[in-house]
Design a binder for this molecule. Structure first.
Ligand SMILES: Nc1ncnc2c1ncn2[C@@H]1O[C@H](COP(=O)(O)OP(=O)(O)OP(=O)(O)O)[C@@H](O)[C@H]1O
Ligand SMILES: CC(=O)N[C@H]1[C@@H]2OC[C@@H](O2)[C@@H](O)[C@@H]1O[C@H](C)C(=O)O
Length: 377
């Protein structure tokens, strides 16, 4: 039976994302036909309680077992609570929570059962966005780039630009908006740049019991230890040709590089490492982007933004400067991608994940019905 979400024309899609920082669930409406963004709609955010966050944190890096089951229950419960506040949604794009990501060995794991959510919310749910890409030889991440392409069109960009997400991990999308289709060779290049906020958060959590270095207050008082920065930049990841992706804790050994430094110098050095990773990544872009539009929580860290501005050859701006919402871009991405999946449009391509051919990755679950895998191979 063909559903409204599979027909042509714009529909109201609701996206939900729980990122690597484990802070909470973002939800956002996008009205789209899966190609053009008509408009952005309401948003919501629900923070995890300390107990919920602890359950999620202890499941990171696990592929199965009781920790995974407990994290799954938290993800389903909190998403249901946030998403039932959007009765206008025709479809829900549910990313879930990444617990483990090793695309070339064990695969990728996002928990939360979209089939259960579809029945709980009485709405079609598109989910498990990354598995098909990984099965087709891709990195399974990043997936926001096809949405970034649509955003570039939405803001009327005509010359190459880049989006930089500074979450726990950083990811960069180079967009050439002169192309008509995101999957066209040369339209997109995307990859994870390296660690962004995760090591800084881990440092201040371990040493000071703080969730993050608010406004870079600690890093601002310190100096960058050049030898530690050089050791970090010698990591083989930076020499790898993109596309490439990371798990949250792939760079947890960064803490060793700053282990001997006092708090402010350690924070300053980790902040400089995040900025330097972006500079290394930009070297792989076909040309210097005309602007770097920064999204994700790291754009609120003025020390990190200053370091980016002083080290990069292009203007660095928060996405708010072009009218986008940097707290919601990832949730909006999964709203947009859900419509593409429902309509069989690709969500990744060789330039974004290294997948062999463009893939529409995802599973559609209808209320009270079996899931339908729509991976087009
Ligand atoms: N005012 C601020 N000053 C410094 N850092 C900040 C500030 N606001 C947010 N952050 C950083 O941003 C992080 C949250 O970023 P974000 O919500 O984009 O992550 P995420 O979506 O969970 O991650 P990912 O994109 O990797 O999945 C916080 O953990 C913190 O490190
Ligand atoms: C495997 C996974 O969940 N990766 C996330 C993570 O968080 C940031 C970066 O690493 C990016 O690759 C991705 O998320 C965004 C939403 C993406 O897929 O575009």
């Amino acid at each position: 039976m063909e559903q409204a979400i599979e027909k042509t024309g714009p529909i109201t899609a609701l996206g939900a994302m729980s990122g690597t920082s484990l802070d909470g669930v973002d939800a956002a409406i996008v009205v789209t036909d899966g190609v053009t963004i008509d408009r952005f709609g309401a948003t919501a955010y629900k923070s995890y309680s300390a107990a919920e966050r602890a359950v999620l944190a202890s499941a990171l890096g696990h592929w199965q077992g009781p920790e995974v089951d407990a994290a799954t229950a938290v993800i389903e419960h909190v998403h249901r609570a946030v998403l039932e506040g959007f009765p206008e949604a025709d479809v829900i794009g549910f990313h879930g929570q990444t617990l483990a990501h090793a695309p070339h060995t064990r695969g990728t794991l996002q928990v939360g059962d979209g089939a259960w959510l579809a029945t709980a919310l009485d709405r079609p749910v598109v989910w498990d966005f990354r598995t098909a890409d990984v099965e087709m030889g891709g990195e399974g991440a990043p997936l926001a780039p096809f949405f970034h392409f649509a955003c570039a069109k939405y803001i009327g960009a005509t010359r190459p630009l880049a989006f930089l997400n500074l979450g726990g991990v950083g990811n960069l999308t180079y967009v050439d908006p002169s192309f008509d289709q995101p999957e066209a060779a040369g339209a997109l290049l995307a990859f994870d740049t390296g660690p962004a906020n995760a090591p800084m958060n881990d440092l201040v959590q371990a040493r000071l019991g703080l969730p993050y270095d608010r406004d870079g207050q600690i890093a601002r008082e310190g100096s960058v230890e050049k030898s530690a920065l050089d050791r970090f930049l010698a990591e083989p990841y930076f020499a790898r040709i993109p596309p490439k992706s990371l798990d949250r804790n792939d760079f947890s050994q960064m803490m060793d590089h700053v282990g001997d430094l006092q708090n402010a110098d350690a924070a300053a050095t980790l902040t400089a490492m995040s900025a330097a990773a972006v500079r290394e990544g930009l070297r792989y872009c076909p040309q210097t982007p005309t602007q770097l539009l920064v999204t994700g929580g790291g754009r609120n860290n003025p020390v990190l933004m200053e370091m980016l501005r002083s080290t990069l050859a292009c203007p660095v701006k928060p996405v708010e400067d072009v009218g986008l919402d940097g707290d919601m871009l990832e949730a909006q991405a999964f709203a947009y991608l859900s419509v593409r999946v429902a309509r069989g449009l690709p969500t990744s391509c060789p330039g974004t994940t290294g997948v062999r051919t463009p893939v529409a990755g995802g599973t559609i679950s209808y209320p009270n019905a079996a899931a339908v895998a729509v991976h087009n191979r």
